[in-house]
Write a protein that binds this ligand. Structure first.
Ligand SMILES: NC(=O)c1ccc[n+]([C@@H]2O[C@H](COP(=O)([O-])OP(=O)(O)OC[C@H]3O[C@@H](n4cnc5c(N)ncnc54)[C@H](O)[C@@H]3O)[C@@H](O)[C@H]2O)c1
Length: 322
């Protein structure tokens, strides 16, 4: 895409995910101004210096550790602040802590960047995206969760390894919760338009129930596997964030499985969930109501039920965290 020289991006949260997203964004030359805000000022200043020292190799960008006032008139505000999963914790376990953190962030973002697009990444991302939507009062098109963009890349990786093909040629989605109830949409999975079962036959590879089970398990448990070994996941989510930002700024009209407000989707309403959506300069251009197989519809509903339960137990009737 053409690099936009007057684009301002703010990242709230300079932890592993925020810093890696910043790295991916400046490497791609997506912003002319990048502001990072975190309660840990010293760490943020360190990250900003380290990123800025790459100036000799990247497009000019003014990177700053700032206060909320410095984020004024951001085009996109990325939220990566909050507690991260520890070994043995699910994403849902983070909900109360991270809703409280979001309550301190969103009013500041709204005050200084009322026309921005909010990209929520902190977990549990579907719940926090809904809370950000409620707290901000922004139109639903401008509050986006990173959803299952990362999980879908993990799915492409797992399939590509088994079929010995470029992961970018694998067309597929993980849909639903970014979490334990997420599921692969096998019914639509193809390799550059060739149905996956036909492709596997052609490539002399196995494609059966065991294949699907193993791949699904590996994708679902991917974050746990990484966290067990290195404490956090950040490279692939950093690239996922960069990809969503690039799609917005480039007005790409590309399809990504982000977390969006669901309305009348297989009978599901008023919840944020990862589904394929068209992304452009105004955020969500359109949520795609795709044809799912019967078992996939059931899985989507299960995902929605779990998230509805978490939302109900985390929010009081007026939408504020309890
Ligand atoms: N959506 C996804 O696919 C995905 C993938 C990986 C991680 N995550 C989530 O992203 C979040 C960040 O993960 P991480 O590994 O960077 O965690 P981290 O602990 O490394 O960083 C979190 C940062 O948030 C800051 N912070 C805390 N409260 C704040 C506040 N009120 N205002 C500003 N900053 C605040 C902390 O000081 C810290 O620097 C977690 O919730 C994690 O679960 C999401």
């Amino acid at each position: 895409m053409e690099k936009n020289r007057s684009t301002k991006i703010s990242i709230i949260g300079a932890g592993a995910v925020g810093a890696t997203a910043a790295y991916a964004i400046v490497m791609e030359g997506l912003a002319s101004e990048l502001v990072i805000v975190d309660v840990n000022k010293s760490k943020t200043e360190g990250e900003v210096l380290d990123l800025s020292h790459g100036a000799g190799f990247i497009k000019p960008v003014n990177i700053k550790s700032g206060e909320y006032k410095d984020t004024k008139d951001s085009d996109i505000v990325i939220i990566t602040a909050g507690a991260a999963q520890k070994t043995g914790e699910t994403r849902i376990d983070l909900v109360n802590k991270n809703i409280k953190i979001l309550e301190s962030i969103i009013p500041e973002v709204v005050k200084y960047s009322p026309n921005s697009i909010l990209l929520v990444v902190s977990n549990p991302v579907d719940i926090l995206s809904y809370v950000a939507y409620e707290l901000s009062g922004f139109p639903k098109e401008r509050v986006i969760g990173s959803g299952t963009v990362l999980d879908t890349s993990r799915l492409k990786y797992e399939i590509s390894k088994r079929l010995n093909v470029d992961a970018r040629d694998v067309q597929t989605y993980i849909m639903g919760e970014h979490g334990d109830t997420e599921f692969p949409v096998w019914s639509l999975t193809n390799i550059q338009g060739i149905k996956i079962d036909e492709y596997a036959k052609e490539a002399n590879c196995k494609y059966d129930e065991d294949f699907r089970y193993e791949v699904h398990e590996n994708v679902k448990n991917a974050a746990y596997e990484v966290i067990n070994r290195k404490g956090a996941t950040f490279y692939a989510i950093g690239l996922s964030i960069k990809r969503i930002v690039e799609a917005i700024l480039g007005d790409e009209k590309c399809i990504l499985p982000v977390s969006v407000l669901i309305e009348d989707y297989y009978g599901i309403n008023d919840i944020y969930l990862g589904v394929p959506a068209i992304i452009g300069r105004n955020g969500i251009d359109k949520v795609l109501k795709i044809n799912l197989a019967d078992d996939e519809v059931l899985r989507l509903k299960k995902s929605a039920n779990v998230l509805e339960g978490v939302l109900k137990s985390s929010l009081s009737e007026d939408g504020i965290a309890i």
